[in-house]
Design a binder for this molecule. Structure first.
Ligand code: SF4
Length: 409
C-alpha cells in the first residue's frame, strides 16, 4: 500500500473521512484554520527559500500582507470561497513578527544550514510477510546544526501547547525520522533532533529518538495499514475534530444540519432544546440538594440527633454496615479450583502496559488475534454551553495531504 502520514492519521481519526479522501478522491474544502495554517507555512517556506539572514522583518510582513487577499476557505453552507477575517490577519502578523525577532536575536538565521525545505520523502517499509508498503510525507524543514547534528522541524499553528510527553509520543516526527534516514543514509538517529515549532507560542519543543522508537513507529504504521486493508465499512467516527472537518456537509453525522430537503420537524427540535433546559435545571437542583444534605448532616452531628422534621418530610440518619471480601484470600481459595479466571475482568490499561513489557514476537501473536466488532450504540447528549471555545481540539495543518499540483494558498 502507498500511503501518506496524513492519511494514516485521518484513518485513525475517522475512517469515513479517510474513505472520502483516499478512496473517493474528494478534495477536502478548507476551513478557516486550515487555510490560515497553510498560509503561514507558505510564508515561512518563502522566507527560508531566500537567504533568511538577508530578509528584513518589513519584507517578510510585506510579503505576508501582499498575498493575504488570496487566502480563502470554503463556506460549507453557501459552498463559496470566503476570505479570512481580520482576527486571523492580525494573529498571523503577530506570529511572524515574534518568530522573526526571537530567531534573529538568537542568531538562528546565521547558525543553521537548511538542507531541506518542504522535503518530500517516500519510505519503503516491509511487514513480516515481506509485503512492501510506501509511506510518503513532506517535512517542513531539515537543518544542519554545527558539524554533527541535524534537526527535523515541523511547524504547528495549534491553539494549545502540547506537553513534552505529547511530543515524545508524536508519531509524525518518528516517521519524518524514517524519511530523513532514507534520504540521507549517513545521518544516524543519535545525530537527529526532532522538533515541533509551536508558532502561536513561539515555542520549539525538541526531543531525541532511538532506533527502537523508529522501529516501533514502523510497526504501528504496518498495524494501521493492515487495519485499513481489512475493514469493509469505513464508518464515520464523530469526535471533537469534526468541528474542523471540511466534509461535514456530506457526512452522515451532520446530515440533518446540511440537508435542505429534510422535512423540518419543529416538534423534535423543540424536544432537543427542552432536553438541555431540563438537563441544566437537573444539575442545579442536584447541586442544591447535595448542599442541603450536607447542611443537615452537620446539624444532626452537632446536635447529636438522629432525625430532623420539616413540614414536608424528615431526614433520618442511619448507619449501615457493608460487607466485602478479602480478595487475596478468595483468590487463594478459588485459584486451585480453576474458578478465579472466571471472575476477573480484563483491564485494558494494564493490558497495554503488559504489551509494552513482553517480547515483540509475543506482541505480534497477540496482534494477530485482534478483530473489529461493533457492539453498542450510544446516544450521547452534548450541550453547546458546556463546551469551552477550544474544546473541539487543535488544528493540525498537514501538508502531507497535499499533492504535487496542490496550490498551497
Ligand atoms: S464530520 Fe466528523 S464524522 Fe464526519 S467525516 Fe468529518 S471527521 Fe468524520
Amino acid at each position: 500500500m502507498r500511503i501518506s502520514y496524513s492519511l494514516l492519521d485521518t484513518f485513525k481519526q475517522c475512517p469515513y473521512k479517510y474513505k472520502l479522501l483516499a478512496i473517493d478522491k474528494i478534495k477536502e474544502p478548507k476551513n478557516p484554520d486550515l487555510a490560515f495554517g497553510s498560509y503561514i507555512h507558505y510564508i515561512l517556506h518563502w522566507f527560508y527559500s531566500h537567504k533568511p539572514q538577508t530578509i528584513t522583518l518589513k519584507e517578510l510582513l510585506g510579503f505576508y500582507e501582499q498575498n493575504w487577499s488570496d487566502v480563502k476557505y470554503t463556506d460549507l453552507e453557501t459552498k463559496r470561497e470566503v476570505n479570512l477575517n481580520n482576527v486571523y490577519y492580525e494573529e498571523g502578523k503577530e506570529t511572524l513578527e515574534t518568530f522573526y525577532k526571537s530567531n534573529k536575536e538568537k542568531n538562528n538565521f546565521n547558525d543553521s544550514l537548511i538542507i531541506g525545505l518542504e522535503t518530500k520523502f517516500e519510505s519503503v517499509i516491509q511487514d513480516k510477510n515481506q509485503n512492501t508498503h510506501i509511506l510518503s510525507g513532506v517535512i517542513d524543514r531539515v537543518d544542519k546544526i554545527g558539524n554533527e547534528e541535524f534537526e527535523i522541524i515541523d511547524y504547528k499553528t495549534n491553539r494549545t501547547l502540547p506537553s513534552f510527553r505529547d511530543v515524545q509520543k508524536n508519531q509524525q516526527l518518528a516517521l519524518y525520522g524514517i524519511g530523513v534516514k532514507q534520504l540521507w543514509p549517513n545521518i544516524t538517529t543519535d545525530r537527529l533532533n526532532f522538533s515541533l515549532y509551536l508558532l502561536k507560542f513561539n515555542e520549539k519543543i525538541t526531543i531525541k529518538k532511538t532506533n527502537d522508537d523508529l522501529e516501533q513507529a514502523k510497526e504501528e504504521i504496518i498495524n494501521t495499514i493492515k487495519e485499513i486493508e481489512s475493514i469493509n465499512e469505513f464508518s464515520p467516527k464523530p469526535s471533537k475534530r469534526c468541528s474542523w472537518c471540511g466534509f461535514k456537509d456530506i457526512c452522515p453525522v451532520f446530515k440533518e444540519l446540511y440537508t435542505k430537503s429534510l422535512p423540518s420537524d419543529a416538534e423534535i427540535k423543540a424536544a432537543v432544546d427542552r432536553y438541555f433546559i431540563l438537563q441544566e435545571k437537573k444539575v442545579n437542583i442536584e447541586k442544591e440538594m447535595k448542599s442541603i444534605e450536607n447542611k443537615i448532616d452537620v446539624y444532626l452531628k452537632e446536635n447529636n440527633l438522629i432525625r430532623i422534621h420539616g413540614d414536608n418530610g424528615y431526614f433520618t440518619k442511619t448507619e449501615k454496615e457493608e460487607s466485602t471480601y478479602d480478595w487475596t484470600k478468595v483468590k487463594n481459595i478459588l485459584e486451585p479450583l480453576g474458578k478465579w479466571d472466571k471472575i476477573i475482568s480484563i483491564n485494558k490499561t494494564k493490558f497495554n502496559e503488559v504489551l509494552k513489557e513482553i517480547p515483540q514476537e509475543i506482541r505480534e501473536k497477540i496482534e494477530q488475534t485482534k478483530y473489529n466488532k461493533k457492539v453498542y450504540k450510544i446516544i450521547q447528549a452534548t450541550n453547546y454551553n458546556a463546551l469551552s471555545p477550544f474544546q473541539n481540539g487543535d488544528i493540525n495543518y498537514n501538508k502531507d495531504q497535499f499533492n504535487e499540483d496542490d496550490n498551497i494558498i
